[in-house]
Design a protein around this ligand. Structure first.
Ligand code: ATP
Ligand code: MG
Length: 328
């Protein structure tokens, strides 16, 4: 059985981009794979986090995993910081990665742009991500399009380690969906939708109320023209909304286009609002039940225990290969 690993940062309110680009695929993969789904709190602190908010969002992300359909009986759900081997392997990976490689990462460029001071953690973020994946010898990593470059670097690091110290790591493959791998901001289709955006109208949060969802969609920027046609190069904004429709209604982009032939943007946006509300409402109901029950703490404890046993075994192997003296 192949191993799957992925994670989401508790750095804001989870968005429709996180749901479509990541979580929906986690749910799909859990039946036939050995899955590890983390809440990557160590990654979240690469930008400043308020401690109280970090704790609340960490629980929120884990509960959203379960509410969205990840079954803790089939997949390991855990907090990254509950498995100390992530931080330890991350240091070892930091010594393998080159400065030039880190400097080329577009996420670092985007997130550090215009900032007066940038923590070194943001720069070495890809080394921690490589550690996350390699710590379980994951075969497959379901991510959105924006993480493709980091995953390429992970593959390079796995290869570099194997070349220098002898075959050890599995070189992981990305699993990127055909539609919905890059959901764009509602106010600017040149930027991806992000949960850490300061502009609230730029994203739909998975926990937005039906009215907030309808309002945000009705205010979403649309291209000039009137036709509901899928063409990301000439109509990036409408095409983005069509991808959201397709993913939330479970129909192809072609069918979305047919459905709105001869209709205007207004009619399309109105129906899109209802489609998104219908996709999120049952999930939200489950979410509040899960939070109420407090069951998430037990789920996280079990997930971390299983993750730690696998991670400890891999880390021992890595340290042995690298020439560390074993502790007696
Ligand atoms: P942040 O702004 O804090 O980086 P984020 O919204 O980018 O938050 P991450 O925690 O960095 O979320 O990423 C979690 C997963 O969601 C990753 O697999 C990432 O590729 C995916 N993802 C993030 N944004 C989008 C998007 N707009 N469309 C599709 N997938 C996305
Ligand atoms: Mg991100």
């Amino acid at each position: 059985m192949k191993t799957v690993l992925s994670g989401i940062q508790p750095s804001g309110n989870l968005t429709l981009g996180n749901y479509i680009g990541a979580i929906k695929n986690f749910v799909k993969l859990q039946d036939e794979h050995n899955c590890y789904f983390m809440v990557v709190d160590l990654h979240a602190i690469t930008v400043p986090q308020e401690p109280k908010a970090l704790r609340e969002r960490s629980e929120m992300v884990a509960a959203l995993y379960v509410a969205a359909g990840i079954d803790p009986a089939r997949a390991n759900i855990f907090m990254q910081s509950h498995v100390p081997q992530h931080a330890e392997l991350s240091w070892l990976m930091t010594t393998l990665v080159h400065m030039g490689e880190l400097e080329r990462m577009t996420q670092f460029k985007d997130k550090s742009e215009g900032k007066e001071s940038v923590g070194a953690g943001l720069f070495v973020y890809p080394a921690l991500m490589a550690a996350d994946i390699l710590l379980y010898n994951a075969d497959l990593v379901p991510v959105g399009d924006d993480q493709k470059q980091h995953l390429e670097l992970t593959r390079d690091l796995a290869g570099r380690f194997n070349h220098r110290f002898g075959e050890f790591f599995t070189v992981p493959e990305p699993y990127i969906p055909q539609v919905g791998a890059r959901i764009m901001s509602l106010d600017d289709a040149s930027k991806k939708m992000s949960k850490s955006s300061p502009v609230e109208g730029s994203y739909i949060a998975m926990l937005d109320t039906p009215d907030q969802i309808r309002k945000k969609i009705s205010r979403a920027t649309t291209d000039s023209g009137t036709e509901v046609v899928y063409d990301p190069s000439t109509k990036p904004e409408v095409s983005n909304l069509m991808s959201i429709y397709s993913e939330c209604a479970g129909i192809s982009l072609q069918d979305v286009q047919h459905r709105f032939e001869g209709k205007m943007y207004g009619a399309f946006k109105k129906e899109l609002g209802e489609v998104v509300v219908a996709a999120l409402e049952p999930l939200q109901k489950r979410y509040y039940e899960i939070r109420e029950s407090g069951e998430i703490h037990d789920i996280l404890a079990r997930g971390a225990e299983q993750a730690r046993s696998k991670a400890a075994q891999i880390l021992d192997g890595v340290k042995d290969k690298m020439g560390f003296l074993p502790a007696k």
